[in-house]
Structure formats: structure tokens, C-alpha cells
Write a protein that binds this ligand. Structure first.
Ligand SMILES: [Cu+2]
Length: 454
């Protein structure tokens, strides 16, 4: 049943108990589904109009229905008392001692996870709403002695493995939901409330990547090369109605020479209105190509021989316009492999021993081309950031903007990370300047591969 449900690997101590409960619930639902559906089908045939032209107002006299309903109720009570409540109780009542745990504050906001560590003194520094700004999203008061060694990060939570983690969860604006799928942990973050939760990770992120490692064939990506036609520039007359499938190839100017729309703008309802208001009756445009999930497998040059479009470049509408301006009518493209959120689990070299892809290196399309050229058709990959923090309220465009990363490390790696974070605090002696800390942590979040795809 676990495999059938497609649950991600478990990486926390209590995860197996949660999965066990999920499996039991699904068995109950499956039995009920089969039972009720068969009874429904039976009733359709048994009590059809042909055999029972007159309705019977008394109904069944059999006791079996009551026994069945009671049996289901008993099963549900057993599920609650024997499974749900104990699992819940352990999460809520049996908190580990703070001295034996990694304690961290997580404050959600639209659209980020702010992570706050108390530092070596184990005490969270004072925070104040008045101090909140873009460099200090938690409003930490660096003048407070307890705050001097506090570490703040955005969208990046590092924790050590095999040690309890206590999260004090809250939110600055709306209700968010702190979801760690691999930990089987989910809790709403509510403004004005500090909700404690705890879990104990049992696997490092690297170990989870090992369990998720799988082979991928590279040749199919390269073989899907096809020729597409590049739309040509045309004069489009504006008649008041939207032409969503057209994009401007030249700026549109009114009589006075003011630019109303720029090349690349779509001829949607709003833009057509603006053109009509400025009494522009015709523009230079082309049909949109919708090739942004493809990349070019050839290079295009202009008349002077300058490269206009590179091999391996993604065919955004902007790139298509560049290609169009060379006068080309056909272009060879292939779909993007979309593997750039994956890393290689081994290193790959060509025949002369030159490194093409290092271990833990990202698998982007240019590298796939090189690997296939070198005769390497199969590689082992794993997701680069399997352990994410998702907002289960699906805020921020289906959670993509509200995405944090959790890195579970060995105790040595974690203390090295802490030391590194603390050393970046050192220069902040007299003038309290939190920007240096925040720059560090924002770098972490902006360099992740997912962000590249936005
Ligand atoms: Cu949210």
C-alpha cells in the first residue's frame, strides 16, 4: 500500500507511525468503497422498476445494516484510540528537553520562511516590530546582549541529524502551513501565536539523495530534435480587438514619437486599447512561437557573422525575435530535459579523462549535450534539494515562491555551518549592521536551482 500511495521516503523518527496510520485509513476507505459500490450496484438491479413496479414503504427488516454501521464505527474508534491519539500525543505532550535539542524559530511571511537560531548562548535575542525592515525581517534587536550571536537565514534551515529539533512556529502576516513532507510534519503557522513542534531527523539530506538516486537515459533528450518554423515579421492592422497570439517586433510610436508599446509586448486587450487610444492603426508584429520549453540545437548568425543565437539557448519569445531578425525561417530545437534541478551522484569524464560532470554537479542541458557527445548515454541523478519546506496553504503561485530548503547535516557539518554563520557576524561590533548577515543568507536562497526556473 505504501508503494501504491507514492509516499516520499521517511526521514524522521515518528514518520513510520504516521505512514502506518495513513495506510490503515486507506484500507478502511478501500473496504468501504468496495462494499458501498457493490451494494449500490446490487440495489440498482435488485430493485429495478421492472421487478418492483410498486414501492415498498417499510424498507428492510434485516439487522445486518445496523451491525455493519456499528462495525465501521468500532473500526474508526480503534483507529483513533489505538493509532491517531498516541501519535498525536507524542508530538504534542512529549517534547524533548530544550538542552538536548536544536531549537529554532521559524517565522513565515508572504513569501518566505525566516529562520532564527539562538546562537551559542542558546537564548533568542529580543525582537521588535519597529526594527523590521527588508534587511532585518524578524526585527532582531542587535543591541540586546542575547541577540549578538543570533543567526538569521531566509529560506534555508540547517539542522543536525539524529537530534531532536524543536521549531517555534509563527507567521507575520497570514496563515501559512509549515510542511516538511520527508519528516511527515505539517503545522499551520498563525499570526500572533507561537506554536511549538518537534521532530527528529534520522537521515541526512545526502542520505535521502542516495535513496532517491536513479538512472536517466540521456539519448532520448537529444534525439527529440526537430525543426520548427520561425514566425516572420508582418504588418498587423489594429482594429480594436485583441490579438493575443501576436507579439510586437518593433516599438510602436504615436505621431509625436512617444513610445506607446515596446518590442516584445503582446497585442492583448489592454495593449490594443492603448494603441487605439493613440490612434496607431498598424504595427510590426509576429505570431508568438511558444517555444520556451525548447532550446536551440544550432547557432544563428547575422549578416555580419556575429552570433545572434547560441546553441543550447532557451527559445524564449525574446530569443525567437532575435532568430527572426536574422531572416531565418527554420530552426532546429529540442525540448529542455528539465533536469537542471537534479545533481549527478557520480562524476563523469570523457575518453581523454576530462571531467564533464562532477559529483553533485547540476545536470543542465549543455552538459547533457557534452555527455552524449562523449558517448555517455546514462547517468545516475538525484533531486538537488529533496528536503524542502513547502507552504501547504499553497501560497505564492502554488508554493513555488514560498519554498524553503532544509539541509539535514551530520553533527560535524552542522557545527561547521554554525561556525561559518557566526564568523560572518564577527565584523558587526559597534555599529549594528545586520545587512552583512542577511546578504549571506539571501545568497543561499537565490542560488538554488529552482529559483533559476522562475
Ligand atoms: Cu504560505
Amino acid at each position: 500500500m505504501e508503494q501504491f500511495l507514492g509516499l516520499p521516503p521517511i526521514a524522521s523518527e515518528h514518520g513510520a507511525a504516521v505512514d502506518h496510520l495513513i495506510v490503515l485509513l486507506h484500507w478502511l476507505m478501500l473496504i468501504l468503497f468496495i462494499g458501498w459500490t457493490s451494494f449500490f450496484l446490487y440495489a440498482l438491479v435488485r430493485f429495478r422498476k421492472g421487478s418492483h413496479p410498486v414501492a415498498n414503504y417499510l424498507g428492510t427488516k434485516s439487522k445486518i445494516v445496523i451491525y455493519l454501521a456499528l462495525a465501521i464505527a468500532v473500526f474508526e474508534v480503534v483507529l483513533d484510540v489505538a493509532y491517531s491519539v498516541p501519535v498525536w500525543d507524542k508530538r504534542i505532550e512529549e517534547f524533548p528537553a530544550e538542552k538536548d535539542a536544536t531549537v529554532v524559530r521559524v517565522i513565515a511571511e508572504q513569501f518566505a520562511w525566516n529562520i532564527h537560531y539562538p546562537g551559542p548562548d542558546g537564548i533568542f535575542g529580543k525582537t521588535s516590530v519597529d526594527l523590521i525592515d527588508s534587511d532585518n525581517p524578524l526585527g532582531l534587536d542587535r543591541n540586546d546582549p542575547a541577540a549578538k550571536d543570533d543567526i538569521m537565514t531566509i529560506n534555508q534551515m540547517n539542522i543536525p541529524v539524529n537530534k531532536p529539533v524543536i521549531v517555534r512556529l509563527s507567521s507575520k502576516d497570514v496563515i501559512h502551513s509549515f510542511n516538511l513532507p520527508y519528516m511527515r510534519l505539517k503545522q499551520d503557522a498563525i499570526p500572533g501565536m507561537m506554536i511549538p513542534l518537534w521532530f527528529q531527523p534520522t537521515k541526512t539530506t545526502a542520505e535521502i539523495q542516495q535513496t532517491l538516486a536513479h538512472k536517466v537515459q540521456l539519448k532520448p533528450f537529444v534525439e527529440k530534435t526537430k525543426s520548427v518554423s520561425i514566425p516572420s515579421e508582418q504588418t498587423v492592422s489594429i482594429n480594436g480587438s485583441a490579438m493575443d497570439e501576436f507579439v510586437l517586433t518593433q516599438d510602436a510610436m504615436d505621431n509625436t514619437g512617444t513610445t506607446i508599446l515596446s518590442a516584445g509586448d503582446l497585442l492583448n486587450d489592454e495593449n490594443v486599447k492603448r494603441l487605439t487610444e493613440s490612434q496607431i492603426t498598424s504595427v510590426k508584429a509576429r505570431e508568438i512561437a511558444l517555444l520556451d520549453k525548447f532550446l536551440s540545437t544550432q547557432e544563428l548568425k547575422d549578416k555580419e557573422g556575429n552570433a545572434v543565437l547560441m546553441k543550447g539557448e532557451m527559445m524564449t519569445e525574446e530569443a525567437v525575435t532575435r532568430a527572426m531578425k536574422t531572416g531565418a525561417t527554420q530552426l532546429s530545437v529540442r525540448p529542455s530535459s528539465k533536469l537542471d534541478t537534479y545533481i549527478a551522484m557520480e562524476e563523469y569524464k570523457d575518453n581523454s579523462g576530462n571531467l564533464i560532470l562532477e559529483k553533485n554537479g547540476f545536470v543542465d542541458d549543455a552538459i547533457i549535450d557534452k555527455l552524449v557527445e562523449a558517448g555517455i548515454y546514462e547517468i545516475i541523478i538525484a533531486p538537488s534539494t529533496p528536503t524542502e519546506i513547502a507552504c501547504a496553504q499553497l501560497c505564492g503561485l502554488g508554493y513555488y515562491r514560498m519554498r524553503g530548503y532544509m539541509t539535514i547535516q551530520t553533527p560535524e557539518e552542522f557545527s561547521a555551518w554554525l561556525t561559518e554563520q557566526l564568523s560572518s557576524l564577527q565584523p558587526v561590533e559597534e555599529p549594528i549592521d545586520s545587512t552583512s548577515i542577511m546578504t549571506d543568507s539571501t545568497t543561499i536562497s537565490t542560488e538554488t536551482p529552482q529559483e533559476k526556473n522562475q
